[in-house]
Design a binder for this molecule. Sequence first.
Ligand code: ADP
Length: 190
Amino acid sequence: MVNIVLFGPPGAGKGTQAEVLKNKYDLVHISTGDVFRYNIKNKTDLGTLAKSYIDKGQLVPDEVTINMLNAEVEQHQKVKGFIFDGFPRTEAQAEALEVFLKTKNTDVKAMIALEVADDILVARLLERGKTSGRPDDADEEVIKNRIKVYYDETAILKGYYEKQNRYHGVDGVGSINEITERLSKVIDTL
Ligand code: ADP
């Protein structure tokens, strides 16, 4: 299996690129944000819990997120691999993913990061907020908190994967096609 973590701050374009790459490489795309939003829409207990964090721009607790991710992976047997989008976001999540994939005799082949400057991120997210219907995209304070949480809790994962020679950074500014090309160059070497 080829499992890829698509990484980067909120608004970097992970979801957009994951949709393209899953078709191109025949991989299963798991977006933790999408799974949370699905649960919020369907008013499940998980959705109610997640919403209380997401609306403030905070992370959903690790244990909840890890259990959910594992359950999503379990739903897909005999696949070529996964694109994880929005997971892991903390060191505890990265370690849990390692342990979980090991039980399936597989691992994370690479973390590929979309690198985008903060001012561009805020502008992109506010723009997305006009049409996405996502409350966490509509409020500049919530957006800024998400970016802060990214630097406080998530950005350290770069070092985690770098130490193991599994980190690849890609310029996330350009057209969708250009960025897909850059990501594909990395994936084709895996
Ligand atoms: P973005 O990357 O634009 O912030 P996502 O759709 O990936 O959007 O995530 C939306 C929200 O869902 C996050 O701000 C966070 O509250 C929650 N979330 C998503 N993935 C995780 C995760 N791995 N751990 C904790 N919370 C998460």
